[in-house]
Design a protein. Structure first.
Length: 479
């Protein structure tokens, strides 16, 4: 899908005219006040119980605590899949990953598959609405040129193309070929500019994404901007700088969460410094249930695997001072596939001209009075369904289990034997859903030939070199 960028001067002229006709100019002039800046923070593998607003007492997250107290806690926020690639594909397109061929395994270096360029992403919609768009962190929707963020609506990209464990430090090698991994490239826009050489570079991945995002926000202060911040943290392998490990009392698992909190604080501080808080919507969440070492709080499960709540329900906070009331919390269901249609509604953009699965949940996200979830039914891919507080899920038992989430959010007591009619009804609804998607699938992108972006690191700087950081000894996660 191709978009022609409208000259910003023309946009400004039109907006100034509209503002003169109707509304007072915005306070800072950073946006027109109707197209707020949007920052979407997507943590990798953080669990439902890992941060203060969701009950963590082990991890110190003062910036997220403050963000939540100034905004809205979404207690029933769901991802669409339990792994990186499908979850990101669903977020970016507002569509179930299995409808667009992005389900199943995550993408590996030099893979032929990627997010189909014919799909419409959040970035393309916002770019079409006059936004400056940038992604900083981990892409993981294809590492070949055809799948680059720059081909999917982003003006800028800085980060890594896939997961941080797909590197030579992973001695198990490539999951499928068992070959050693090629060096992990660091990309700026469409060029490899460095590589992740070792644990020290790994320990800078969070900070590097934040640095790049802040630079972009400052440079884009005169136009509405969309920042997508898919952090490589807290995905394993986990390394942190010594002072961050010390602050977390030696626990690297705590330290990576706390470093995420530092980065959120830096982003919010930047918005405050630019006097842009009242013109910026920030959403914080995670791409799937927590990996090993993370906490799901009261929920069952974690990254990957079955579709218990801990696999798919993630921490989420929405923040927009002056628009989202402070100290809010909601139990209305929102999912990552709702973000695209919600943001399209927010900025007055058209939806894609093909079917999507997400629904407009803007009223819930902005905590409007009496806002309700647009989902009467919630699907956990083709393996689970929730209606009200009843949840049917293909469980560890190998058959469908029934839980009453109102009294059993930890999914400990299977009630399927006591409610056979309800089980039958929910199974039929789930089967209908699965059949509809199977009948209307679109294909992933697929290139004929693909190869890793770099096969050796010769001549490339290390990540810390391009960041201007001296050599140091990081602290690894104790396994
Ligand atoms: Ca993940």
């Amino acid at each position: 899908m191709q978009f022609t960028r409208v000259p910003y001067s023309l946009v400004v002229a039109l907006l100034l005219q509209a503002a003169a006709d109707a509304e007072p100019a915005s306070k800072s002039g950073i946006t027109d006040g109707e197209r707020p800046n949007i920052v979407f923070i997507f943590i990798d593998d953080m669990g439902y119980g890992d941060i203060g607003p969701f009950g963590s007492t082990a991890n110190k997250t003062p910036h997220l605590d403050q963000m939540a107290s100034e905004g809205l806690i979404l207690r029933q926020f769901y991802v669409s899949n339990t792994n990186c690639t499908p979850s990101r594909a669903a977020l970016m397109t507002g569509t179930y990953a299995h409808r667009i061929g992005m389900d199943g395994d995550v993408l590996f270096p030099g893979g032929r598959r990627g997010l189909n360029p014919d799909e419409t992403t959040i970035a393309e919609i916002l770019k079409g609405a006059g936004y400056a768009t940038g992604v900083f962190g981990k892409w993981h929707l294809g590492d070949q040129a055809q799948y680059s963020p720059l081909e999917h609506g982003f003006d800028q990209f800085f980060g890594i193309p896939y997961s941080n464990d797909m590197w030579p430090g992973n001695l198990r090698g490539h999951r499928h070929t068992k070959e050693p991994y090629t060096p992990l490239p660091v990309i700026r826009n469409d060029r490899v500019v460095a590589y992740v050489a070792d644990g020290a570079d790994q320990s800078l991945l969070c900070e590097a994404a934040t640095d790049a995002a802040i630079e972009f926000i400052r440079a884009s202060r005169d136009e509405p901007f969309f920042v997508y911040l898919p952090y490589p943290y807290v995905h394993r392998p986990r390394y942190v700088r010594r002072e961050i490990a010390d602050r977390a009392r030696g626990s690297v698992n705590r330290a990576v969460v706390e470093e995420v909190d530092d980065s959120v604080g830096r982003v919010l501080h930047t918005l405050r410094a630019l006097d842009a808080t009242e013109e910026t919507l920030v959403i914080f969440t995670s791409d799937n249930g927590g990996a090993t070492g993370m906490s799901m709080g009261p929920l069952r499960g974690g990254k990957g695997g079955r579709k218990y709540e801990g696999h798919m329900r993630v921490p989420a906070i929405a923040w927009w001072p002056g628009t989202i009331p402070a100290n809010g919390a909601t139990d209305e269901i929102v999912t990552t596939i709702d973000i695209l249609p919600s943001l399209a509604a927010l900025v007055g953009a058209d939806l894609p001209d093909h079917a999507i699965d997400g629904k407009n949940a803007l009223a819930v996200l902005l905590d409007k009075p009496n806002a309700h979830s647009p989902h009467k039914l919630l699907f956990y891919e083709d393996e689970g369904i929730r209606r009200g507080d009843w949840k049917l899920v293909l469980g560890d038992s190998g058959s469908f289990e029934l839980y009453d989430l109102a009294v059993d959010s930890g999914e400990t007591t299977d009630l399927s034997a006591a409610h056979p009619a309800l089980v039958k009804e929910l199974r039929a609804l789930l089967a209908d859903h699965a059949a509809e998607i199977a009948a209307n699938r679109r294909t992933a992108g697929r290139v004929n030939t693909a190869r890793p972006l770099i096969v050796e690191s010769g001549g490339l700087p290390k990540l810390r070199d391009v960041m201007g950081v001296d050599d140091f000894e990081p602290v690894p996660e104790r396994r």
